[in-house]
Design a protein around this ligand. Structure first.
Ligand SMILES: Cc1cc2nc3c(=O)[nH]c(=O)nc-3n(C[C@H](O)[C@H](O)[C@H](O)COP(=O)(O)OP(=O)(O)OC[C@H]3O[C@@H](n4cnc5c(N)ncnc54)[C@H](O)[C@@H]3O)c2cc1C
Length: 520
């Protein structure tokens, strides 16, 4: 995957229309690109920043049916998500794993209440079930969660769900889309829509964010998959369009692994303000979240508020023996849920997580809402609609069993490189090819210099932020360490991409500005 050859494809295609243009390179847009390309359509995907720069790198990292939606009685959403969870495990086994969760019980009614709920969850998953749920004694709960607060503990309920790495899955989906024939370009912003004299959409205008070059691209169907930003594109289509997105921010904090020993996660089904909160082992750290704060504007770098970080810390203190403080927070990150407005709802936690598809009078197809877990199903639904809107040949969806790039069943044998899946051997060969490529970028994190080089050759890394935030997860795991890595990463990128010293300086400056927003 190489950005220059992708932009050449766009530049060279001056007269012929693409079958489908997808605006937005998050889970939703990339899922659509994979689906449409694998049905044999000619697909162009345009992302204004980096793939996954929006919400899709900022999730709780769960591939889940959503125990919370079960509580809300949204059976169809839970069933759909459980099915998709099972499919994702089949199609990307190098990135999705079974994670055990315990709901710790401090009240007498919690064991029967959550115990029965989790049995229902098991039954609904059917053949896609991960592990079996069961009620745990106090001793069994402590064995699984050695750091759990013991005062008043009555036991726990064990259940299973899936865990993944969101940004890495997105890179693998971009690679899959490319292998299926799609053209996917990062740093390509759609700034206008083109229409014919009858007012029907004929394509988009694009600006290359790296050099300002402008392009026009024709399409039989244009899909707006810009998540929290989708009203901006809808207003390019119709300036008076009413907003469909009710943006809400969710924050996580990252702590040292010692706060939650063992391999089991904690699920708190009801915090003091009625939310669900998780504490999860992830990449040898612990992430805790999330919050749900309505926003009035969206941005690519939303910042956690002091209140959100404090709320997460206050909740964590109730469940762990060692109390984390602000000084213990290694990173705090925020993501914006692209929730679809539901009437006059004033509490976004109750807004639907199901996706919605809208077709405007000009033929713009907008898909919004949904979850990472259900991205494949959302894409299938969207491409089915695109076939009708664009009068394309009716070809069946093949993604239910399509292997995602990197697919490998026993990737654990590659240790720290396991998440590269079938690419791990090639990454290791590159790391071993020069002594300096084997050097660790920081003692606190597992990444090596050769991985930066690999990411420029195979994963379309363009900036220090791309590498530190989404090709590796340094920014999310330990923002201070990531800032210290920035000069070395910038130097390696400059060598690989042919950039000069002033580029290196400005990249380090820009990255430090971004990463400072992850320090509470
Ligand atoms: C805090 C939080 C936790 C979550 N946890 C989970 C979880 O554990 N499991 C789960 O299944 N789901 C989870 N979700 C939901 C999931 O992350 C989102 O539903 C999903 O990532 C949305 O993807 P998207 O592609 O629609 O949006 P985004 O990822 O935001 O992608 C939209 C993209 O469009 C691009 N764009 C915007 N304007 C333009 C333009 N003019 N031209 C080109 N590109 C443009 C943006 O740059 C952006 O990259 C969570 C969400 C949040 C906020």
């Amino acid at each position: 995957m190489n950005r220059d050859s992708m932009t050449d494809r766009l530049r060279d295609r001056t007269t012929e229309a693409w079958d489908i243009i997808v605006i937005g390179g998050g889970a939703t847009g990339m899922g659509i690109a994979v689906d449409a390309a694998s049905r044999g359509f000619e697909v162009l995907l345009l992302e204004q920043a980096d793939f996954g720069k929006g919400t899709s790198s900022r999730s709780t990292k769960l591939v889940h049916g959503g125990v919370r939606y079960l509580q809300q009685g949204n059976i169809s959403l839970v069933m759909e998500a459980l099915r998709e969870r099972g499919r994702l495990l089949q199609n990307a086994p190098h990135l999705v794993s079974d994670l055990a969760f315990v709901v710790p019980n401090y009240e007498w009614w919690e064991a029967p209440f959550y115990g029965v709920g989790m049995k229902v969850y098991d039954v609904m998953a059917g053949r896609y079930r991960f592990g079996r749920s069961k009620n745990l004694s106090v001793e069994e709960t402590i064995a699984r969660l050695p750091n759990i607060e013991r005062e008043g503990l009555r036991g726990g309920v064990l259940y299973h769900d899936g865990q993944f790495d969101d940004a890495r899955l997105l890179v693998n989906l971009a690679q899959t889309a490319f292998e299926q024939g799609a053209t996917v370009i990062n740093y390509a912003k759609v700034n206008d829509l083109m229409k014919d004299s009858a007012g029907f959409l004929t394509g988009v205008r694009v600006v290359d964010q790296e050099n300002g070059e402008e392009f026009q691209a024709g399409a039989r169907v244009v899909i707006n998959a810009t998540g929290p930003f989708c009203d901006e594109i809808r207003r390019l289509d119709s300036p008076t369009a009413a907003a469909v997105i009710q943006p809400s921010q969710g924050v996580h904090i990252t702590l040292d692994r010692s706060f939650l020993a063992g391999d089991t996660a904690i699920m708190v089904p009801r915090t003091t303000d009625g939310r669900v909160m998780f504490a999860l082992p992830w990449h040898d750290h612990v992430i805790v979240g999330t919050t749900d704060t309505p926003l009035d504007r969206v941005s690519l770098e939303p910042r956690p508020t002091a209140e959100e970080v404090d709320f997460i810390l206050e909740t964590t203190v109730q469940y762990l023996v060692r109390d984390p403080t602000r000084e213990d927070v290694l990173s705090a990150f925020a993501g914006i849920r692209p929730l679809v407005r539901a009437g006059q709802a004033d509490n976004t936690a109750t807004l639907s997580r199901e996706h919605s598809i809208e077709i405007s009078a000009s033929g713009l197809l907008t898909i919004a809402g949904g979850k990472w877990t259900t991205y494949r199903n959302m894409a299938e639904d969207c491409v089915d609609h695109a076939i009708t809107v664009g009068d394309l040949e009716d070809r069946p969806c093949v993604t239910k069993s399509l292997r995602i790039h990197g697919h490998l069943r026993d990737a654990e044998r590659f240790g720290e490189l396991a998440w590269y899946g079938s690419d791990a051997t090639a990454v290791r060969t590159l790391i071993e090819s020069e002594d300096r490529f084997g050097e660790r970028l920081h003692p606190a994190l597992p990444y090596r210099a050769g991985e930066v080089v690999w990411s420029t050759r195979s994963e379309m890394t363009r900036t220090v932020d791309d590498y530190l935030s989404r090709r590796s997860r340094a920014t999310f795991l330990n923002a201070r360490a990531a800032m210290e890595m920035a000069p070395t990463v910038a130097q390696l990128l400059a060598e690989a991409l042919g950039r000069d010293d002033s580029w290196v300086q400005s990249q380090v400056r820009e990255y430090r500005q971004i990463a400072s927003g992850y320090l509470p």
